[in-house]
Design a protein around this ligand. Structure first.
Ligand code: SAH
Ligand code: MG
Length: 195
């Protein structure tokens, strides 16, 4: 049963420290996809294919293209997608997202990869957004450090917090988009293209 196997992916992620979306975050995202009749999705950061599979399972005519640069995770994702019989609806590409140019357009672009590069992902892929499309960004809370970085003294963490704050300001000021920030999961933003 599909339900059981999704739990297996969750267990694998937990045991192997793969940062898949948290439960309320992925539920929020799949609900959004359902309610807004989203049919084509581009995901940056597949990991083991968990969120791509969850998003595809929302409806039988949804298609997802997902990009993963890590070859080990890519291979695991390919196997998981195959096990769910979704190979014909999920196109997974093993490449650094910053090194590929896509021509297709999507209803929703989900950015869930290296947090230091979010502005670059947004700038690179916004041309691939359909009219009235949305860009969803994950991990804008970064375990709560973005709201309060006195909780850490780690230099890398502080650097990353700075980058995420910069991205949040970028989203707030981005012309032609309206961004709403949600506390769900690890912090999710939905940026709606207005033109
Ligand atoms: N969306 C997944 C979790 C993704 S974790 C889920 O919720 O199930 C983030 C992934 O992004 C990691 O596997 C990492 O290897 C990948 N990644 C980071 N930077 C990337 C880049 N520039 N291009 C492609 N993948 C990237
Ligand atoms: Mg994430």
């Amino acid at each position: 049963m599909v339900h059981v196997r999704l739990e297996e992916l969750e267990k694998y992620a937990e045991e192997n420290n793969v940062p898949i979306m948290q439960k309320d975050g992925i539920d929020f995202l799949t609900n959004y996809i359902k309610e807004n009749n989203i049919k084509s999705i581009l995901e940056i950061g597949s990991a083991i294919g968990y969120s791509a599979i969850k998003m595809t399972l929302v409806d039988s005519d949804i298609k997802v293209t997902t990009i993963e640069r890590d070859v080990n995770r890519y291979n695991i994702a390919v196997k998981n997608i195959h096990d769910f019989n979704l190979s014909d609806r999920i196109n997974i590409i093993n490449v650094d997202a910053l090194e590929i140019d896509l021509n297709d357009k999507y209803d929703l672009i989900f950015i869930d990869a290296a947090k230091s590069q979010y502005i670059r992902f947004f700038e690179k892929f916004e041309k691939n957004l359909n009219t009235n499309g949305v860009i969803v960004s994950d991990n804008l809370s970064f375990h709560g450090f973005v709201e309060d970085d006195s909780k850490t003294n780690n230099r890398n963490t502080k650097q990353l917090v700075k980058k995420i704050r910069k991205y949040i300001d970028y989203l707030k000021e981005k012309p032609n988009y309206k961004t709403i920030f949600y506390k769900m999961g690890d912090g999710v933003a939905i940026s709606i293209k207005l033109d």
